[in-house]
Design a binder for this molecule. Structure first.
Ligand code: KG4
Ligand code: ZN
Length: 342
């Protein structure tokens, strides 16, 4: 039965190559989650082509929003506020979602709430873990980001560590290309690794001088490329499954070690993962075991809420909305928006 105080957020996400819209009720109930992926289109080019992404977002945006409302069984009248990702991401892609959200907010007179994409990824954990509340530590690993974040409260974050060069997902994508798997590499390496030996090739576990919590993946990527080149020059056949599994293990070892170290040092009892790479099956298993051993409660979203989606923006948008965050019609796309900045 409908309660008058129900808060329904219509959320829009278009920061990269997914056009997505969702209706989220009272922060944690996802009424619809529509995602139109452009992956097939970008696969032809081996990665996301920003111009093509923007154009596709324009084509799909209205359709995806209409579907999200329809699947939720609501109309714009039933919506309390409009939430939209305004950064970080590809500027042309972000602009499509921001413009659509502003137009709907203006036409309906409903409040507009700009949401940080990473805040969205972190908030994806609230959807299926109804008992999860801050404070907790969260590792955000996606195609563009590798952040170890202290979630002090809803909407209050402090970055403990981040990558100095490539993001974890970027490393997966580059190594996948090198062994001929194509884009996007993460899920393909995840699958191929199941047939490989993670101890077959010794790849480096990079440490960043002077920081226990920062990451660096470009050295690992180079080590894989050097290994492939040297095998080719010596005429040694390469076992791609072994390379994939060994690379994946090197990434996961570093992510687990740094994260658990931070959780212990900062005294957290709860730890969560988020972002596209968080859907990696071996990574989830490794964190599951490590957290169990250290008696830390471990949380993760289902894979569909790990990769880009609008439900996570609806959840983050809800908590921003009830805190009183409002954006004006001058809301702009900010491609390098920092977490915690507005
Ligand atoms: O969060 P996301 O959809 O977009 C960004 O905000 O970047 O993350 C996409 C990234 C890609 O690099 C993709 O290769 C990686 O997440 N990814 C995975 C897996 N599924 C997606 N990486 C490892 N294992 C997976 N199963
Ligand atoms: Zn993302």
């Amino acid at each position: 039965m409908e309660k008058r105080e129900d808060v329904r957020i219509l959320a829009i996400e278009s920061s990269c190559d997914e056009t997505a819209a969702s209706v989220v009720q009272n922060g944690r109930q996802v009424l619809s989650n529509i995602i139109s992926s452009q992956i097939d289109l970008h696969t032809l080019y081996g990665g996301v082509v920003p111009e093509i992404a923007s154009r596709k977002h324009i084509e799909k945006m209205n359709q995806v929003i209409e579907e999200a409302l329809k699947e939720a069984g609501v109309t714009l009248e039933d919506i309390t506020a409009i939430a939209v990702t305004y950064g970080p991401g590809l500027v042309g892609a972000l602009l499509v979602g921001v413009s659509a959200a502003k137009a709907i907010a203006f036409a309906t007179g409903k409040p507009l709430v700009g949401v940080h994409h990473i805040e969205g990824h972190i908030s994806a954990n609230y959807i299926e873990n109804k008992q999860l509340e801050p404070p907790f530590a969260c590792l955000v690993v996606s195609g563009g980001h590798t952040h170890l974040v202290m979630v002090k409260d809803y909407g209050e974050y402090e970055i403990i560590g981040c990558t100095r060069d490539d993001a974890a997902g970027e490393a997966f994508d580059k190594v996948a290309r090198a062994i001929g798997l194509g884009y996007p590499g993460g899920p393909k390496i995840d699958r191929l690794s199941r047939d490989g030996n993670p101890d077959a090739v010794k790849f480096p576990r990079a440490k960043v001088d002077g920081s226990d919590y920062d990451f660096s993946f470009s050295g690992l990527k180079s080590a894989v490329l050097n290994y492939l080149n040297s095998c080719e020059m010596k005429g040694i056949p390469v076992n791609n499954a072994d390379v994939a599994a060994s690379f994946q293990k090197a990434v996961i070892d570093v992510l687990v070690e740094h994260s658990l170290h931070a959780v212990k040092e900062y005294g957290f009892e709860k730890f969560a993962i988020a972002g596209g790479v968080a859907s990696n099956s071996s990574l989830r298993a490794a964190f599951e075991t490590a957290c169990k051993n250290q008696k830390i409660a471990f949380f993760h979203p289902s894979p569909i809420f790990c990769t880009d989606n609008a439900a996570m923006i609806g959840v983050a948008g809800y908590y921003e909305y009830i805190k009183g965050t409002r954006s004006g019609y001058d809301l702009n796309a900010i491609p390098n928006l920092r977490l915690g900045e507005r």
